[in-house]
Design a protein around this ligand. Structure first.
Ligand code: SF4
Length: 198
């Protein structure tokens, strides 16, 4: 079962296959891997000690960043992430990022963002769309106000960590401009990623 995997210069951590979205473009719809090697479908969710043991098998000095991402929405396991981050930061002060759909507060039933302070260096939130309607059409979330939720989460998280809203460059330029305004309005950065077809 793949808990950690390499992608670029980063070490990624795969801890859940649960997700509150069912994105039409999700890589999981057609693939079992993102790096061409490791199958990211989990037999079961690893516990904190298993995650730490798997990370310890790697030499963290070889990586620029530790990223909680994988095949699912990592904030389903947010408090496990925090436990792992505390241990990792004692081992080495490597930057830690969470890639998320921004639904973590709804998923956990509380504002989880203050727990990130001093442990999570960056949160990358997938914005994906310029509006509630477009988001619901593309991402098919479990709850109706998921778009508003991710923006609220991003704004709250920005008090405790570096927040980046991300979109892919297949959006038309006028929509990218709107996304930039949305990011500006809540005081976070926008990153336009290059779209890679799965
Ligand atoms: S939020 Fe991510 S993991 Fe979840 S369905 Fe969308 S692309 Fe897939």
């Amino acid at each position: 079962m793949t808990i950690t995997y390499e992608l670029g210069h980063s070490l990624y951590v795969n801890i859940t296959n649960r997700c509150s979205n069912d994105c039409r473009f999700c890589v999981r719809n057609e693939n079992s891997t993102v790096n061409g090697t490791d199958n990211l479908w989990l037999e079961r969710e690893p516990d904190v000690s298993e995650i730490i043991e798997d990370i310890k098998k790697r030499d963290l000095k070889n990586y620029r960043e530790l990223v909680f991402c994988g095949f699912g929405e990592p904030t389903y396991r947010f408090f496990e992430i925090i436990e792992v981050a505390k241990t990792v930061k004692k081992m080495l002060d490597i930057p830690i990022r969470i890639n998320t759909n921004g639904h973590g507060n709804r998923i956990n039933g509380e504002d989880i963002t203050p727990y990130m302070k001093g442990l999570i260096d960056t949160v990358s939130v997938s914005l994906n769309a310029v509006s509630h309607e477009k988001y619901n059409e593309i991402c098919q979330p479990m709850f109706e106000d998921a778009y508003e939720e991710l923006l609220d989460f991003s704004q709250k998280a920005s008090h405790y960590t570096n927040v980046i809203l991300s979109i892919v460059d297949i959006l038309p330029p006028e929509e990218i401009e709107i996304c930039q305004k949305i990011a500006d309005s809540i005081g976070v950065k926008l990153r336009v990623r290059h779209y890679i077809e799965s």
